[in-house]
Every structure is written in structure tokens, then in C-alpha cells.
Design a protein around this ligand. Structure first.
Ligand code: DQA
Length: 141
């Protein structure tokens, strides 16, 4: 069994982009730390795309794979308006946990709404890189 950690648009620039909001750790370093933290407990796969369609393809592939125990998804700004990603999540059987590095509810108004939250198993926001760790723990409960 494995868990897919899937990151959406602009998350490839984590560590460089607005470090006062998203921290100064790169996505590569976040992923390596997750791999080390969960070694021996669950296999992790990592992916990132800036494209909505590619994210949807990944959700379909992993979400319909009987070996996938769940998807940890940071959909970036798509969180706030992608009904296509929401539909993809609703279409697969694997549970999806929504994560955010920052706390979108404490930021601009357009970030307050998540169109994917209603179809996710749950949401974890505001704990920086630890949001991913907490989401994986939640999938292992
Ligand atoms: C984010 C929050 C989103 O509002 C934003 O568009 C991102 C990153 C986060 O991890 O805090 O790209 O998903």
C-alpha cells in the first residue's frame, strides 16, 4: 500500500515563493522529511503539477488503484475554484485529505472557500510542512 502526496500549482516553488507565508523549506526537502518520517510504516509517492488536467489524471490513477491507501492533496489555488478537481476527488474511492501550508481562512477572502473540502475526507491547514505529516497520520488511523 502507498499514499500519494500530490501538490498543485506553484507548490514547486515552496521555499522560494513568499517564505514569510509558506516557509523556507523546499518541496523536495519536505518530501524527503516525510519519506524519512514514515519509513517502515507506509510507502509514499510524490507528484507535483502546475496543470489542472494533470492533477485530475493523477487523482484518477491513484484514486482508482487498489494499492493506494489515500491521497494527500495540496491543490494550491485550485482549491478555491476547481470544480473539475472536486469532481475528480468525488469520482474515486481512495480517501483524499486536503492540506495547506498556510491557514487560508486567516488570509484573503478568496481563499476562505474550498470547493474541494466537501468531497475530501478532511482538511488540515496552517501547520506548514507538518500539515502533510498530520494528513498522512490521519490516513493511517
Ligand atoms: C496553499 C494556500 C492556497 O490559497 C494558495 O493558493 C497556495 C498554497 C497553502 O498551501 O497554503 O498556492 O494551498
Amino acid at each position: 500500500m502507498y499514499i500519494l502526496v500530490l501538490n498543485g500549482p506553484n507548490l514547486n516553488l515552496t521555499g522560494i515563493r513568499e517564505p514569510e507565508i509558506y516557509g523556507s523549506t523546499t518541496l523536495e526537502d519536505i518530501n524527503s522529511a516525510l519519506e524519512a518520517a514514515f519509513e517502515g510504516r507506509v510507502a509514499l509517492k510524490f507528484d507535483q503539477s502546475n496543470c489542472e488536467g494533470t492533477l485530475i489524471d493523477r487523482i484518477h490513477e491513484a484514486g482508482l488503484d487498489s494499492d493506494c491507501a489515500g491521497i494527500v492533496l495540496n491543490a494550491g489555488a485550485y482549491t478555491h475554484y476547481s470544480y473539475a478537481i472536486a469532481d475528480a476527488i468525488a469520482s474515486v474511492k481512495a480517501p483524499v485529505v486536503e492540506v495547506h501550508l498556510s491557514n487560508p481562512s486567516a488570509r484573503e477572502e478568496f481563499r476562505h472557500r474550498s470547493v474541494i473540502a466537501p468531497v475530501c475526507r478532511g482538511s488540515i491547514s496552517g501547520f506548514g510542512a507538518n500539515s502533510y505529516r498530520l494528513a498522512i497520520e490521519a490516513l493511517l488511523l
